[in-house]
Design a protein around this ligand. Sequence first.
Ligand SMILES: NC(=O)c1ccc[n+]([C@@H]2O[C@H](COP(=O)([O-])OP(=O)(O)OC[C@H]3O[C@@H](n4cnc5c(N)ncnc54)[C@H](OP(=O)(O)O)[C@@H]3O)[C@@H](O)[C@H]2O)c1
Length: 295
Amino acid sequence: MATAILGTAYPTAPMRLLITGAAGMLAHDVTDAARAAGHEPVALSRAELDITDRAAVRNAVDSASAECVINCAAFTDVDGCESREDEAHAVNGTGAGSLAAAAAAAGAWTLHVSSDYVFDGTKSRPYVETDPVRPMSAYGRSKLAGESAVAEAAPGRHTIVRSSWLFGAHGRSFPATILRLAGERDQLTVVDDQVGCPTFTGHLGRALIELAERCPAGIVHVAGAGQCSWFEFAREIVRVSGRDCDVVPGKTADLARPAPRPAYSVLGTERPADAPRLAPWQEGLAEFMTLQVAS
Ligand SMILES: NC(=O)c1ccc[n+]([C@@H]2O[C@H](COP(=O)([O-])OP(=O)(O)OC[C@H]3O[C@@H](n4cnc5c(N)ncnc54)[C@H](OP(=O)(O)O)[C@@H]3O)[C@@H](O)[C@H]2O)c1
């Protein structure tokens, strides 16, 4: 049994893994990666396990008999969080904490997924794990609350993985939206004043399984290699698709979205021995495009 992320292989015995938020974009690929690595995933959608229901969480964790609980469940509507901050905290904060508490009580490791939105985006060099956090949005505050709740509920028994700008085949994603719009319009305006690391969930899913096998404690940053603006990302999506559509740069302020976004969201790591290295985002996009053609 082995998984490989840019050449690193970790042989491991089959594990039982409980995966929450199983109908979501990342959870789909985590579940597939778990099966491909020979593990036994128990993947529960929100309808099967609502992580805000403490008793249900305890029951599900106990009956899964998992060695690792991977929390992909989250309230991910960044703008919606601004007007529904209590709900966001219940899922992303308290829910994450009660899952970690149940995992710790059952002797399981917690692998929790967090976000670049815990940072304020004012840096101009990649954010590393120990950089000060200062979320600008309700979503970011709720994700930070989740990190604290997990750390408190399962001290020394958790990995928190911060990632950014996810895109995958099983959910609403930026590349899918750009492909659709580029088929409908001659010109698209996309902001060039937010810079980050697009991360293909096929790659991140495999990295999360590798982390579940190794269980490094604490926070690790894992994102697609390289960086770009949304404008550059969109231009590359249109280019590789062969669509005939102009992509022109715009500004975030012109969109007037409810939630502020970090201007600079590039994630780096100061834990190179622990953080799996992902392929460049362009390779993730190429894999994503292959899946679009196949579907
Ligand atoms: N998307 C990004 O760009 C990005 C960037 C950095 C980090 N992340 C993090 O990556 C993780 C996965 O995100 P994703 O993009 O895969 O999100 P997603 O597609 O929205 O998946 C999240 C899943 O969680 C479920 N969920 C919501 N509330 C729940 C609850 N109370 N109990 C159980 N499940 C619940 C959702 O179900 P419903 O659809 O029924 O609500 C959905 O299936 C999250 O922790 C997110 O914060 C995402």
